[in-house]
Ligand binder design. Structure first.
Ligand SMILES: NC(=O)c1ccc[n+]([C@@H]2O[C@H](COP(=O)([O-])OP(=O)(O)OC[C@H]3O[C@@H](n4cnc5c(N)ncnc54)[C@H](O)[C@@H]3O)[C@@H](O)[C@H]2O)c1
Ligand SMILES: N[C@H](CO)Cc1c[nH]c[nH+]1
Ligand SMILES: [Zn+2]
Length: 389
């Protein structure tokens, strides 16, 4: 599917690279049908946004923010130092300097994604955080602006789609070029991230939402249907797959999903046993994997490829989408085979270090010298020999 839009997206990227802000204004008019007279959202528009949203929803965002912060702090990578007596070796985690967040906003608005991307970036200690999000007729969605502001984003740009990714990758008069672009989006956004990744780091391909549910005969078919429908409501390209040992559940879920939602792709697969179900799930590597079986927590050991796992009937994917605290920016399209979801680590890199003693070098110098000479790199050997004279 991505291949179908690659040529069009390439052209969008080239236009932004060549024409900068002018291209952003034109493409926003073409794709978003919006004519704004700014790209960088002015401070007064952010202040105004607080007036336009209710205290009630701000309170809900604040609670979600606390839970997301709590989990991302608890799971942040820690520097490590190993002291072997004659040598100290270690790894320090350091933040990247500039991060660009993409917060979607085409068919729905995504203030939750503002929190999911900005909070880990702040915890990591990123120096400058900017965000792009598509505008509507009267500007960027006010709740998205409030969420970005609450999470501490430095600059917000009213631009979406592939043009936003190109702007953050290469910079324009208004948009700052960043070191790494993160965040989910539709097929155009995802294709653009894949195309610019030779010039800028990206988190992962995080495209149209997906769910795969493994269910045995004990599962509640209505809960399964609602979880499927919830992910299908994101995008006509969204996918939901039920893998079950029960024909009855497959039929009930199929019927209910078709009553609840009319877009996206739903498929039910009947299997003989749960081992077969996990084999299929691991092959597909879905963004979300929900497990509705007896002893669900025990099933975690069978999971190899998935973005995030939801265990038992009281763990709707919507909880992870908004408020439990795990991140909802997750790999799609089978990329969970090799990529992880967004985390504090996404905004960091590690630097290894060592401080060796004379004793260590006396003990291992010969090993270094032998291998260096075997590789045909005599000056590597010499750099050790000189110290051991
Ligand atoms: N995988 C994840 O972690 C995750 C998380 C949240 C959301 N999502 C996904 O994000 C997506 C959000 O999509 P959305 O469309 O609502 O918002 P979006 O912001 O991703 O896309 C909107 C933009 O797409 C561009 N666009 C629309 N039609 C175009 C066309 N024909 N040609 C070129 N560009 C075009 C426009 O510029 C517009 O600004 C959904 O697919 C949802 O499932 C994924
Ligand atoms: N389910 C989405 C990830 O695929 C995340 C999200 C945001 N808002 C609602 N849901
Ligand atoms: Zn969702």
């Amino acid at each position: 599917m991505l291949e179908k839009v690659l040529d069009e997206v390439k052209q969008i990227i080239e236009k932004v690279k060549k024409e900068g802000d002018k291209a952003l204004y034109e493409l926003t008019e073409k794709f978003d049908k919006v004519k704004l007279d700014y790209i960088k959202v002015p401070k007064e528009k952010i202040d105004e946004a607080y007036e336009r949203v209710s205290d009630d929803i701000i309170d809900a965002l604040e609670i979600a923010k606390e839970n997301i912060e709590r989990f991302h702090l608890a799971t942040a990578p820690e520097s490590i130092r190993v002291d072997y007596g004659d040598a100290i070796l270690g790894k320090i985690y350091v933040p990247i300097e500039k991060a660009g967040l993409y917060v979607p906003g085409g068919r729905a608005s995504y203030p939750s994604t503002a929190l999911m991307t900005a909070i880990p970036a702040r915890i990591a200690g990123v120096d400058k955080i900017v965000a792009c999000t598509p505008p509507a007729k009267d500007g960027v969605n006010p709740l998205t602006l409030v969420a970005l502001d609450l999470a501490g984003v430095d600059e917000i740009y009213a631009v979406g789609g592939a043009q936003a990714i190109a702007a953050m990758a290469y910079g324009t008069e208004s948009v700052e070029k960043v070191d790494k672009i993160v965040g989910p989006g539709n097929i155009y956004v995802t294709a653009a991230k894949l195309l610019v990744q030779k010039d800028v780091a990206i988190d992962m391909p995080a495209g149209p939402s997906e769910i795969l549910i493994i269910a045995d005969e004990t599962a509640n078919s209505d809960f399964i249907a609602y979880d499927c429908a919830a992910q299908l409501e994101h995008d006509p390209l969204a996918k939901a797959i039920l893998v079950t040992t029960s024909e009855e559940i497959a039929e009930k879920v199929k019927r209910k999903v078709s009553e609840l939602v009319s877009q996206g792709e739903f498929k039910a697969i009947l299997v003989k046993n749960l081992d077969e179900a996990f084999e299929i799930a691991n092959k597909i590597a879905p963004e979300h994997l929900s497990i509705f079986t007896k002893n669900a927590l025990k099933m975690l050991g069978k999971v190899r490829n998935a973005g995030s796992v939801f265990l038992g009937e009281y763990s709707p994917v919507a909880a992870g989408d908004y408020a439990s605290g795990t991140n909802h920016v997750l790999p799609t399209g089978g990329y969970a085979r090799v990529y992880s979801g967004l985390s504090t680590e996404t905004f960091m890199k590690h630097v290894t270090y060592q401080m060796l003693s004379k004793e260590w070098l006396e003990k291992y110098g010969e090993v270094i010298i032998k291998i260096a000479k075997a590789e045909g790199l005599p000056l590597h050997a010499k750099s050790v020999e000189e110290r051991l004279k």
